[in-house]
Design a protein around this ligand. Structure first.
Ligand SMILES: [Fe+2]
Length: 166
């Protein structure tokens, strides 16, 4: 594992203070982001930074608004991510891009970059089973075609959710 990723993960785990649910989620999203990063032509530092930190605003959102809803996380996440990334020596252009992705990661369509789409799809690869009834395979096929933004995200979603017992 490279030092940037190790440092990001340590910072995220420290911030989440033993919230194993959030920590595990960040690890899973990062793993999927790494899988689709190369075929989708993403930038490693941006995608990994965004993946590890994408939900970093969730505790602040819960504290301030009593809700972990997407729009609150999108608001609270970027300043926290900015502090962490600055501390880790990320360049300001990288910090801006990662924070932009975090600020919109529940709102597809506003940012159209490969880096955004990779993070968005990696998050959905993890969340699909919580958001939809994954037993209804016909419906699930349609949902996958609609939700995922990249060909690699779509293909991986089909592999994970539709071919499990074929
Ligand atoms: Fe997430």
């Amino acid at each position: 594992m490279d030092t940037t990723k190790t440092a990001l993960i340590t910072a995220m785990e420290t911030y989440f203070k033993g919230d194993t649910k959030r920590i595990r989620h960040a690890h899973s999203v990062t793993k999927y982001a790494e899988e689709i990063l190369e075929p989708e032509g993403g930038n490693y530092s941006i995608v990994i930074g965004a993946a590890v930190l994408h939900d970093i605003g969730i505790h602040a959102a819960e504290e301030k608004y009593g809700s972990a809803a997407g729009k609150y996380q999108e608001k609270e996440g970027p300043p926290i991510a900015r502090r962490i990334l600055t501390g880790l020596g990320f360049e300001s252009s990288q910090i801006e891009e990662i924070c932009e992705i975090i600020a919109h990661h529940h709102s597809p369509g506003k940012i159209d970059t490969p880096n955004f789409k990779i993070l968005y799809d990696a998050d959905w690869l993890v969340n699909l089973r919580d958001e939809y009834n994954i037993q209804d395979r016909d419906k699930l096929g349609n949902i996958i075609s609609k939700v995922f933004l990249t060909p690699s995200g779509k293909a991986l979603a089909k592999e994970i959710y539709l071919q499990e017992d074929e």
